[in-house]
Ligand binder design. Sequence first.
Ligand code: NAI
Ligand code: 13P
Length: 336
Amino acid sequence: MAKAAVMGAGAWGTALAIHLARCGFEVLLWDRDQERAAAAQQARENEAYLPGVPLPDGVTVSADLSRVAGVPSLVLAVPSAALREVAGALKPYVDGGTWAACATKGLEEGSGKLMHEVLVEVLGDRLGGWAILSGPSFADEVGRGLPTAITVAQPDAQRAEKVAAWFRCDPLRVYTSDDPVGVELGGAVKNVIAIAAGIADGMGLGYNARAALITRGLAEMSRLGVAMGGHAETFAGLTGLGDLVLTCTGPLSRNHQLGEVLGQGTPVDRVSPALWRRAEGVRAARALHGKAAGLGVDMPITEQVYRVLCEGEDPRRAVRSLMQRTPKAERPLDGE
Ligand SMILES: NC(=O)C1=CN([C@@H]2O[C@H](COP(=O)(O)OP(=O)(O)OC[C@H]3O[C@@H](n4cnc5c(N)ncnc54)[C@H](O)[C@@H]3O)[C@@H](O)[C@H]2O)C=CC1
Ligand SMILES: O=C(CO)COP(=O)(O)O
């Protein structure tokens, strides 16, 4: 039986491990926490992160990293803040026979690097190959076997196809892309826009405001993505528009949930630490703030989310600032 290892036993890692077991893999699900790993292995359920979804027989949960040695298919599903550390810890256990799919959505804070750049920097010379996995995919729904479409991205089509094939069984439909920059950037920016949409919903601003945020969020995502070397059309796909629609409208999104409590008037320092930590958009807003400024790209919604999260801006003032910007012609994919 083919073997796979999923790094990170949070909601997404657990859902992907369950899915790979469905596709016929014998899966090691690695949790950094020994006690939690033992509890999930015993209960056949990850009660802490994906409650109510049983672990199939093909999934073994363990905190023993050395069990990754010799496993050819690796999936990284840790938060962006942990990717460099976890990839570094994997060094002794991977070799040219190991291929890695990175399912993390975000940018490295400080460096502003994309996740595949971090992965290649740390493990690139050891791995046989890598790809990015992204798209509109709530872990809970994938875990429960609901139909989902995702994208696997790699500049080389054959390599993308090799990794996409791991995930190709019901209920996942897996597309490929040759644009990892665009695919990844979409997944990082949508988290920030989902916070904005959550804020608007929390303030009761209505469906019109939400539609405007999704559309103008797509415009700023595309602007930055193209400036970074991504392809404009990628942002109209699953990993751009698709994931924006999901997380800006779906109450399951942690980023949307965070925005909603802020929009309802909870001050930033009163937000539950777990929600703050689990919303990738917080780290992405900080990273994108620097990146957009460095590249001279205008990202007004991201900028206002950054101000609300990091500078204590009142969401009502943030909305006013966005509404009072100088009127201009609408050029959705490359203009202002
Ligand atoms: N939950 C979802 O529906 C989806 C999440 N993602 C992405 O997957 C990544 C992980 O998200 P979730 O699983 O939802 O997060 P989560 O909050 O459910 O779980 C995070 C997991 O990472 C572990 N972790 C945290 N710091 C660590 C470290 N330093 N070393 C090792 N492990 C560490 C935690 O113990 C926990 O098991 C994020 O980038 C997220 O954007 C992508 C698609 C769907
Ligand atoms: O990326 C996701 C779905 O595609 C999950 O979104 P949240 O991290 O906002 O929950």
